[in-house]
Design a protein around this ligand. Sequence first.
Ligand SMILES: NC(=O)CC[C@H](N)C(=O)O
Length: 359
Amino acid sequence: MKGYIVLSTGETFEGELLGNVEQVYGEVVFFTGMTGYEEVITDPSFKGQMVVFTYPLIGNYGINGIDQESVGPQASALIMQGCRSQGYHYEAIDSLKEYAEKHSLPILVGVDTRAVVKRIRELGDMGAIITTNLDSVDFSSKQTIGTRDLVQEVSTTTIESFGDGDHHVVMVDFGYKKSIVTSLMKLGCKVTVVPYNTDELTIANLGPDGILFSNGPGNPKKLLHLTGQIKRLATTYPTMGICLGHQLLALAFGGDTEKLRFGHRGANQPVQDLLTKKVYITSQNHSYVVTDSSLKETGFTPRYVNINDRSIEGMSHSKYPITSVQFHPEAHPGPSDSEEIFLHFLTDMSSKRREKVYA
Ligand SMILES: NC(=O)CC[C@H](N)C(=O)O
């Protein structure tokens, strides 16, 4: 069926709509990786977002079920140039089209994605509506992404443990990716995932060796009510923050965050470790960044920086053993060369430094 994406500026782009959905609202963002659509669709950080793929050929290796980052689709819709009808891979269990139909995931195909992305780059990530009926488009009556409690929509409601390694990590779940658990288990950790609003006493009673604040969707400032507890936990246990978790750590210590005009979403964002000068090619998915000048009184200093736009990609703390990264060391999708950053957290969980700080 013919479908359209209407940007909040009123500009309209045409395509064919798959997924048995007539209309959907979301924030339109773009992803620059050539592969990794299965991980993108199922990454809870994309909740409420409509993802434009800049690579023109999507779906060519199908859906295998193994690369899902959560239980099912999280993105509101996908926009692409070409979508293959069949998945040409021995592990494929569905084509992307079949998957979209099964899960009522709207995919707008045949779109001039280059034109859409150029508009996003000029004007920024913005609200948009995908529809089969242009007469029904009404931005005023839509529930905007800003009013939704996206973290509550994706966070677990139960406490669950994975693995039985020596280091016990309690991961506060703002919308975690499965690959974070996999990376930590590979390094010998037991991971207990807890709902994002779990109180600190419950967390303490789990006996953590370290706390991980996970990635997740939306504006970090929607969670300001949790920053007191986040700071207490981060000054009590060795801590790691990934993406939203990193932004929340900055806010908890008195720093600030701001929205980029258009986010970093892709698998080839170059990041430099300012300490070792090493450059990692990283996997990213975020709209917000920590504001450099806001860190002065926080005890944090930038440790990693984005080579393209010099934005902060990670911090270290002068007193507390905190590993905080804006990018995704667990990768999926994308290169895993920065996976070694989990080792900083592991070292903190077992090191003398920890004993000195908390003595
Ligand atoms: N992947 C993430 O955790 C994203 C963090 C936050 N929602 C942002 O867009 O900046």
